[in-house]
Design a protein around this ligand. Structure first.
Ligand code: EPZ
Length: 425
């Protein structure tokens, strides 16, 4: 077990490049299963994230051959012949449910265990299963497994909620189905556009990603190709919020500012200075003004994945803010940890009221999930004194080289072994 040790109170300043988007790379890796051609797939500049390693382990277990070539990943998927995703690996990463679509599309069969709950709440998959059934899959649920089989056919699917994972799963299932598919009320996140771009490079014919209606030509046989996913908009937003909470000035380079529009709007409302160029965003701030009402929504609304990090910033704002979490209604496990540092936050259902304080104090805190952990790092960077952040494996699922990047901006943060008594904490 390891922890981060942080000496807070130092303003961060400088420039960072953010790595490729975790939430694009994972579905793109799953999509590689659809390539039966024997031609290689090259994914460029893939960050060394825990979740990427978990997904590569699953693909390897299914018969793919994956190797690193510098920062790139090379995939050879001609020999994929296993349709059962091992429970241990499935439980490592809930989002691997979107392997069901490509496995069904490739092998006509898929067996996975239920993704189970996690710190941000239960992870239902009804929209995934209903959509696959609409494409002709026969789905049985027994002994904790989900077994899907069938020769898929195109169809029209209207999602009851614009689920990111369900949209991705159904896009992947539809590529090889007999006949064309339309997905309505699809998720509009940039990661869906990344998946469409990647699949089209491999020979698919998909249009509409980024809008609520996506059309997928069926019966496509895919081939190799190379692709680099978008920069990670959540990692970029996390660094911009690090500038805010430490009252410094940070530029994130090689990003797509449009992907951060909702956050930028809120930061300007709270009095931060924001400068944009075609591929950079620079944020600087003194003490933020409170934001009376923040609501997390599907893209292009304010993303749930930046909610904990924004809350950490609002804990030090001037005045009282309210955050309403519409996407994962229980996504508040960072609150008790922030309260240990002196934050004044009251929860009521899926609403949090944050009364800004002048200072936070360093403390021993524990990350419960990826973005809660990122919020604790931000709070520790601003707090007076030393903080220890445990459970950093959660953080390193989605942030590559976080301490190194923060040290490059002037932070005093290191990764250390956790003492035995701390592990019981
Ligand atoms: C993706 O999760 C992301 N994960 C999440 O990022 C992100 O928070 C989420 O989208 C929302 O943007 C990956 O891309 C790997 P959803 P996903 O399906 O696909 C409900 C991170 O920190 N729902 O859009 O699981 C669900 O309960 C992670 O990087 C159903 O009810 O999100 C939730 O309330 C955390 N039935 C809402 O929809 C279903 O069948 C949004 O879930 C599926 C989802």
């Amino acid at each position: 077990m390891e922890k981060y040790l942080v000496q807070g109170g130092l303003p961060l300043a400088g420039t960072v490049q953010v790595h490729g988007a975790k939430n694009s790379i994972l579905p793109v890796l799953a999509a590689s299963l659809l390539n039966q051609s024997g031609e290689e797939i090259r994914l460029k500049k893939v960050p060394a994230l825990y979740d990427v390693r978990a997904m590569v382990s699953i693909l390897t277990r299914l018969g793919a051959r994956v190797r690193r070539d510098g920062e790139d990943l090379l995939l050879q998927t001609a020999d994929v012949d296993c349709y059962h995703v091992p429970d241990t690996l499935m439980r490592e990463m809930r989002s691997s449910i979107f392997l069901m679509g490509p496995l069904l599309g490739r092998l006509g069969r898929a067996r996975l265990c239920y993704p189970g709950g996690c710190a941000i709440g239960i992870r239902p998959i009804n929209l995934h299963l209903e959509g696959l059934q609409a494409l002709g899959a026969v789905i049985e649920e027994k002994d904790g497994y989900i077994e899907a089989r069938g020769r898929l056919r195109g169809g029209e699917i209207a999602l009851a909620y614009p689920s990111v994972g369900a949209t991705e799963n159904l896009m992947l299932a539809a590529v090889t189905a007999r006949g064309d598919t339309v997905i309505r009320n699809a998720a509009c996140e940039p990661e869906i556009i990344d998946l469409q771009n990647f699949l089209n490079i491999l020979g698919a014919r998909i249009s509409g990603a980024g809008s609520p209606e996506i059309k997928i030509k069926g019966g496509r046989r895919l081939h190799g190709g190379s692709y680099r996913v978008f920069p990670d908009r959540i990692v970029a937003g996390t660094f911009l919020l690090a500038a805010v909470i430490t009252r410094g000035c940070i530029t994130v380079e090689e990003v797509i500012p449009g992907h951060l529009a909702a956050l930028i709007g809120l930061l300007e409302q709270a009095g931060a200075d924001v400068e944009l160029t075609e591929n950079t965003v620079t944020v600087s701030a003194d003490r933020l003004k409170a934001i009376p009402r923040v609501e997390t929504k599907p893209y292009p609304g304010f993303p749930t994945d930046l909610q904990p990090q924004l809350m950490a910033c609002l804990a030090l704002a001037r005045g009282t803010s309210k955050i309403i979490e519409h996407v994962f209604k229980e996504r508040f496990h960072h609150v008790p940890e922030l309260q240990k540092m002196g934050a004044k936050i009251d929860l009521s259902g899926h609403e949090a009221v944050i009364r800004g304080v002048a200072d936070l104090n360093g403390a021993v805190v524990r990350a419960t999930d990826l973005r809660a952990g990122a919020a604790l790092v931000l709070a520790a960077l601003a707090a007076s004194g030393e903080s220890k952040i445990l459970g950093i494996r959660h953080i390193e699922r989605g942030y590559d080289q976080l301490p190194e990047m923060l040290r490059g901006l002037g932070a005093r943060i290191s990764r250390e072994k956790a003492a035995r008594e701390e592990m019981l904490f």
